[in-house]
Design a protein around this ligand. Sequence first.
Ligand code: AP5
Length: 206
Amino acid sequence: MNVILLGPPGAGKGTQAVRIAEKYNVPHISTGDIFRKNIKEQTPIGVVAKSYIDKGQLVPDEVVIEIVRLRLAEEDCKNGYLLDGFPRTVPQAEALDSFTKVETVLNLDIDLDLLMKRLTGRRVCEACGESYHVSFIGDANTCTKCGGTLIQRSDDNEASVNNRLTAYTNQTAPLIAYYKEKGVLCNIAAAGKIDEVFGEIEKALG
Ligand code: AP5
């Protein structure tokens, strides 16, 4: 299955992607995670990406398209993949169509007003990437999955989140119409509890 998770920042793409990848046994490809790994390792891609990500702006299309093209050519994607955070612009979607056939686009549909709180309260495990929210964990700073340290992402501050939401509205939201037109869009109500949202996704994927 060739699946895309579409949705604004904080809609729960990463949270649901982990569950989908486990249940359907497909590789989870998150362009945000790829950039964060490059930033941590201070690679040339990481240096370029950091200057955009910290401000809440999108990394240029030509950089991200090449990364995804190479990743989808790897052996583990032969029987399908789950893309999280790509495409994010119409030129990215057009490029993707030139090298693979997208079968299902899960559009996590949520009121943008809910997202500032979700993102500024998010904590992630530095070691395994598991995501938490301060409203559930208080000031705990250890990952219950692997024991790693919980940190706040450098782009989860109010100014960056505002820019990310604007970038979503202007550059990514047009993809909803793009994929609807192609007949592959499934809208998923994403404001409910994590398990409820996953239940909707299971129904959509069959
Ligand atoms: P990326 O890492 O993709 O970030 P994002 O799209 O902003 O999405 P997030 O990871 O912030 O949110 P999410 O939807 O995964 O939500 P999550 O599950 O964590 O990209 C980062 C940056 O990299 C971009 O800004 C851009 O600069 C660059 N980039 C990446 N891809 C690019 C591309 N294709 N082109 C150009 N640039 C690119 O959940 C959020 C919080 O809510 C968590 O605390 C979670 O625990 C909680 N939560 C989740 N679901 C629920 C629920 N149902 N109820 C209550 N809380 C919930």
